[in-house]
Write a protein that binds this ligand. Structure first.
Ligand SMILES: NC(=O)c1ccc[n+]([C@@H]2O[C@H](COP(=O)([O-])OP(=O)(O)OC[C@H]3O[C@@H](n4cnc5c(N)ncnc54)[C@H](O)[C@@H]3O)[C@@H](O)[C@H]2O)c1
Length: 269
C-alpha cells in the first residue's frame, strides 16, 4: 500500500482531468496537496480550460475525504505565480516533497506545417516552458527540505510516437523528455527523482470536446493511430494518476530518468 503520509505535493493543472485525479489520489495516500491551476481560459484555444469552480471542487473532494489541500490560481507561464504557490505550500504544510507538472493544452491545426504562429507558440509556452517554470519554481523548496523528492512530468504517448497534424504538441511533449533526463541527472545526488509519464488517449475535457472529436473523426490517419490495443474504451484519469502516485512513492525509490508509458499498448502500433 502506497503511503505518502507527511509528504506535500504540488500539482499543476489540478482543477480537473488527470491533474485532479492525481491530486485526489495523492491525498488519499496521505499527502497534503497544493492544487494549482490557471482556472481561466487560455487565449486562442477552441475549448475551455478549467474554471475557478473546478479548482474549488478538487480541494473540496480532498477535504471532504479528510485530507488537506490548498488551491492556488497560477498560470504555468508565470514563474512568479508558481513561486508564490510553492511558498504557500511550504508555509501551510511545512515543506515540499513531490511535484507533478501536469498542466497542458491541446490545439488541432490542419497540419503540423500549417499551424499558426499562435498555436505553435502557445503550445510551447504552456507545455514546455510552463513545465520548466514549474520545476525551477519548486526545486529550491525540494532542496531546502533535504529529504529528496520526486518530480513527475506529464508528457504524452504523442511525445514518443507521431500523431498526424499535431507536431507542435508532439514536439513540446518530446521536449519534456529531454528536460526530464537532464534534471534527473542533475538532481540525483540530492535524491530527487525525475520521470515522465506518457498517457495514451484518456477521457478528459481535453479529448471529449467538439474540436477534439472533429479532429479525430476527420484528420487522416488519426483514428487508427489513437486506437488502444489493450482496450476498446479510453483510459480514465485515475489510470494515469495511479502511475504518477507510484512514481511519487518510496516504492519507486530507484526509478529516475525514465519514460513511463500508460497507453494500453498504443505505442505498439
Ligand atoms: N487526455 C489525454 O488523452 C491525454 C493524453 C496524453 C497526455 N495528456 C496530458 O495530460 C495533462 C492533463 O490533461 P487532461 O487530459 O487532464 O486535460 P484537461 O484539459 O482536463 O486538464 C488540463 C488542466 O490544465 C489546466 N491548464 C491549462 N493551461 C494551463 C496553464 N497555462 N497554467 C496552469 N494550468 C493550466 C487546465 O485549466 C486544466 O485544468 C496534459 O499535460 C495533457 O497534455 C492528456
Amino acid at each position: 500500500m502506497i503511503d505518502l503520509d507527511g509528504r506535500t505535493a504540488l500539482v499543476t493543472g489540478a482543477a480537473r482531468g488527470i491533474g485532479r485525479a492525481t491530486a485526489v489520489a495523492l491525498a488519499a495516500a496521505g499527502a497534503r496537496v497544493l492544487a494549482s491551476d490557471l482556472a481561466r481560459p487560455v487565449e486562442g484555444l477552441t475549448y475551455d480550460t478549467a474554471a475557478p469552480d473546478d479548482l474549488d471542487q478538487t480541494v473540496r473532494q480532498i477535504t471532504d475525504a479528510g485530507g488537506q489541500a490548498l488551491a492556488a490560481r497560477a498560470d504555468v507561464r508565470d514563474v512568479d505565480a508558481l513561486r508564490q504557490a510553492t511558498a504557500d505550500a511550504v508555509a501551510r504544510f511545512g515543506g515540499l516533497d513531490l511535484v507533478v507538472a501536469n498542466a497542458g493544452i491541446a490545439s488541432w491545426p490542419q497540419s503540423t506545417w500549417q499551424a499558426t504562429e499562435e498555436q505553435w507558440q502557445t503550445m510551447l509556452d504552456v507545455t514546455l516552458t510552463g513545465t520548466w517554470n514549474t520545476c525551477r519554481a519548486t526545486i529550491p523548496a525540494l532542496l531546502d527540505g533535504g529529504r529528496g523528492g520526486s518530480i513527475v512530468i506529464v508528457s504524452s504517448s504523442a511525445g514518443l510516437k507521431p500523431l498526424p497534424t499535431i507536431g507542435h504538441y508532439s514536439a513540446a511533449k518530446a521536449g519534456l523528455v529531454g528536460l526530464m533526463r537532464s534534471l534527473a541527472l542533475e538532481l540525483a545526488p540530492e535524491r530527487i527523482r525525475v520521470n515522465t509519464v506518457h498517457p495514451g488517449g484518456t477521457t478528459t475535457e481535453m479529448t471529449t470536446n467538439p474540436a477534439a472529436e472533429a479532429w479525430e473523426a476527420t484528420a487522416p490517419g488519426v483514428g487508427e493511430t489513437l486506437g488502444l490495443p489493450l482496450s476498446d474504451v479510453r483510459m480514465e484519469p485515475l489510470d494515469i494518476a495511479y502511475a504518477i502516485r507510484w512514481l511519487c512513492s518510496e516504492e519507486a525509490r530507484f526509478v529516475t530518468g525514465t519514460t513511463q508509458l500508460i497507453d494500453a499498448g498504443a505505442l505498439l502500433r
